[in-house]
Design a protein around this ligand. Sequence first.
Ligand code: PEP
Ligand code: MN
Length: 359
Amino acid sequence: MIGQPIYIVGPCAAESREQVLETARELAAISCQPSEVSSQHSVPFIFRAGAWKPRTSPHTFQGVGEEALTWLAEAKMLYGMDVATEVATPEHVRKAIAAGMDYLWIGARTSANPMAVENLTPALSSREGGKIKGILIKNPVNEDAKLWIGNIERLEKTGIPVMAVHRGCGHQPCWRMAHQVRLARPDIPMLLDPSHMSGDAAKVPELMQMIPQLGLDGAMVEVHCHPAEALSDAKQQITPEELADRLRLTEHRPAPPDRVQTDLPNRENTELNWLRAEIDELDDKLWDTIAARMDVSRRIGEWKKANGVAPLQPERYEMIRERLKNLTPTHSSGEGELRTEFKLALWELIHEESLRQQE
Ligand code: PEP
Ligand code: MN
């Protein structure tokens, strides 16, 4: 962690003046409250809400646009929190600055396009741009650590402090990408966005435990007073009360013992936790792949039964074993060499289970 923790909280989208002010009022009430045991969270929240929403489908809520900025400005005036909104075009940047936004964030879809990010820099570098306290760059929608680092560099030219927001890819954490960026740019604060990372309010509290474990600098969390009624990202938003509970727990609860070796010095400890996050995610994918394979096995079993074919075909069995001997799994770090004995033994286990599934 680089400095004080940073929490950027608020609804996915500004939906109405009432919704913005109600959420801001409830968040302001828990912002800045020192806890009983530490003053760790006695830092003010930054209030977020999207005015323009870059959505996947054109048939969903696209945000109310410029008018939302006036509601954010009102929330800032009434409740004293700095305010943040998403920008995707130079026009958004100019309007957001004129409306008094303190922080701007660039979303994952914009971050996927280096020219779109570059196009924002003149407006950010302008004299007015100097009023912005920080610019947050989310990771691109697809796993691309180099592009994320490139975007950090593009934005650094503006002179505005840059922060990275790790929101994962789709609803996968992609810890490897974030780890690469953390190692390349340890000087840039990195926040976790557990809301978009999971797409599931129930998973947000668990993901927030990763903030202290990975030495991250805070979080951007989607918070809505009535999540079920939200016009966008309804499933992933938590209430202000749930956020307050989570922050209390994050402060008090030591990290689970299976993930952290407390006898190691802090920095190495964090590095080990990053590597464990990467390996846990790979294990999850491995099990998903095995489960998907069993589904196909069952369908093959049904086909064989319907067509009077025996479950085990010796020539097919031998063919797969031969293929496996020559197979070199490709993965990006290029050291995917696996021993033949290991490949055959593991496949044998999977194959046995497949046959059992076909019975
Ligand atoms: C958001 O923060 O509301 C948002 C649209 O996020 P992302 O760009 O990460 O999908
Ligand atoms: Mn959202």
